[in-house]
Design a protein around this ligand. Structure first.
Ligand code: NAG
Ligand code: NAG
Ligand code: NAG
Ligand code: NAG
Ligand code: NAG
Ligand code: NAG
Ligand code: NAG
Length: 466
């Protein structure tokens, strides 16, 4: 009997990650004006996207952390959402003293809204490997399950930090490709090779331009949001953490833009407000299907619909704003930003049977097609089309047998930029309709995009705003 159970467990393990949960990194330092109502709204939106929990990024010395953590847990209990802490060792006034971490975990670890793994309170970090040995004490005092991001040391270095035997799993911050290349799974494979649970990062975009933090670079987003979920389906990591829910400064937010959380644009010295009128909500539309497929190996398509994203300014039209492709702060070779971020319109669709896609700019058709499509017809489709020198209104339409399934009248491509500075952030739009039939589908896609074998470095760009 006992042996049988172990064999069964082994089988389940081989087939499917047992944890299979998806979290979103949430910068608490951007939420100091949040009310319980706003917390609940954000949590409800995350639940609608099938996200399980927020990883609350907290910097040491941020005077609003205690208040906002209390409101967040109150809201989470109210809407049955989950939370855990990601102690940020770089983002505050200094590294976290172990006594303060123990206090937080003693206060919230047993809270019903605290995310648990194997019955233990789950805890993560942003960096802090120099303090690895603190966690021997923290773990013995709090019984936490410890999954830090110590990407600066690489997978093996993180595993062995503090003399080894400290981490229960590892999170990687390597969510973006390096240079003019598409994303690869090479960094993820170094973590999976360790045979401890892996938390895989998924991010849609990266652009930051904050003089106060000496940050001004981009990494390739482009088709990343689609490509990354396919990699997650293939690799089946124990958990996925989306980077991020609300890091506006690095343009990878998938949560709503909140006017009372944007002070960074002024205080961080951004030359233009690159967040205003740049919604990313459409990226969440793909998540229920993508996440269910990761968790169950298949998913039910609830809506049909299309999502599109692109930069509003062609790369050669305006000044770069000093933005580079890649960053010397990560020891990378620099590229012109327009070589890394392509002048393309990207689109993904969730469809129950095949359909055609079209993209027009200023009324002129660009001849868009799918680059990837669902094998059995039902599932995710994706593509991208170069727009050359076209400017004007962007319209993305999905049609089937001459009828419109969904259509987006999007932001214009505009060669005139505010203060002659290109906005390298993405504008995201979506349009969904409910399906007529609801079927289970498998994840398969065809026509793989040709992937270059990029050398993926550590990528841990991060905001420090407290
Ligand atoms: C959530 O908050 C509402 C309004 O304050 C209250 O009526 C409700 O009972 C709360 N629900 C839970 C489960 O705490
Ligand atoms: C990793 O990526 C390579 C190149 O795209 C692919 O051939 C391989 O199957 C991937 N590995 C896994 C385990 O999915
Ligand atoms: C919070 O609100 C105050 C008062 O309106 C505002 O000055 C501040 O910029 C807001 N904080 C954030 C993070 O936006
Ligand atoms: C979908 O996944 C569920 C849960 O793993 C499984 O029971 C079911 O057989 C799967 N269906 C298909 C069509 O693969
Ligand atoms: C481009 O931006 C300029 C300046 O903001 C504006 O006047 C113009 O209408 C815009 N063009 C398009 C096609 O949106
Ligand atoms: C897609 O377009 C082609 C060419 O116009 C047409 O033959 C085909 O029927 C269309 N497919 C669907 C599903 O509408
Ligand atoms: C969504 O697409 C439908 C079908 O084309 C269209 O009638 C509707 O106006 C679109 N909604 C938005 C918000 O663009």
């Amino acid at each position: 009997m006992h042996l049988f159970s172990i064999a069964l467990l082994g089988l389940l393990w081989a087939n499917q990650a047992l944890g299979a949960a998806v979290f979103a990194h949430f910068i608490l330092g951007n939420a100091w004006n949040y009310t319980v109502a706003e917390w609940k709204e954000d949590m409800t939106l995350a639940q609608e996207a099938h996200i399980d929990a927020f990883a609350l990024d907290v910097g040491y010395g941020d005077s609003t952390t205690a208040t906002q953590a209390a409101l967040a847990f109150e809201a989470a209990n109210n809407v049955s959402f989950k939370l855990f802490f990601s102690f940020d060792y770089d983002g505050g006034t200094g590294a976290w003293p172990q006594a303060d971490i123990i206090d937080y975990l003693k206060e919230y670890g047993s809270n019903p809204a605290h995310y648990k793994y194997n019955g233990k309170p789950f805890v993560s970090t942003f960096e802090g490997p120099d303090y690895a040995s603190d966690w021997k004490t923290i773990k013995s005092e709090t019984n936490c399950f410890f999954v830090p991001d110590w990407s600066s040391l690489g997978a093996e270095g993180a595993y062995k930090a503090g003399g080894g035997g400290i981490v229960d799993g590892l999170f990687s911050w390597g969510a973006w490709p390096s240079g003019p290349n598409d994303m690869t799974n090479s960094t993820d494979l170094t973590y999976l090779d360790l045979d401890i649970p892996y938390m895989m990062p998924a991010s849609p975009w990266f652009y930051t331009n904050l003089a106060e933090y000496s940050k001004n670079w981009l990494w390739r987003g482009d088709s990343l949001w689609h490509d990354r979920w396919e990699m997650i389906w293939d690799l089946k990591p124990e958990w996925v953490e989306i980077i991020t829910w609300n890091d506006y400064g690095e343009s990878h937010y998938i949560g709503p833009i909140r006017e009372d959380a944007l002070s960074l644009m002024e205080e961080g010295g951004a030359p233009i407000n690159y967040i205003e009128n740049m919604p990313h909500d459409g990226w969440r539309e793909l998540l229920p299907f993508a996440i269910d497929t990761y968790v169950n190996g298949n998913a039910t398509l609830i809506n049909e619909g299309v999502v599109t994203w692109y930069r509003p300014n062609p790369s050669e039209a305006c000044g770069t704003g000093g933005t580079t492709g890649n960053t010397v702060s990560e020891g990378q070779i620099l590229y012109p930003p327009g070589e890394v971020a392509q002048n393309k319109i990207f689109y993904s669709a969730m469809l129950e049977t095949p359909a055609n896609v079209s993209v027009t700019v200023g009324g002129k058709s660009l001849g868009a097609t799918w680059v990837r499509e669902a094998v059995d017809g039902v599932g995710l489709y994706h593509g991208a089309v170069e727009y050359g020198s076209a400017t004007g209104k962007v319209v993305v339409t999905v049609t089937r047998d001459g009828e419109t399934v969904a259509s987006i009248a999007g932001e214009s491509l505009n060669a005139t930029c505010t203060d002659d500075v290109s906005n390298w952030n993405a504008w995201v739009g979506s349009n969904t309709t409910s399906t007529t039939k609801k079927e289970n589908t498998r994840r398969d896609t065809t026509l793989p995009v040709k992937s270059k074998h990029a050398h993926t470095h550590l990528h841990r760009g991060h905001n420090h705003f407290h």
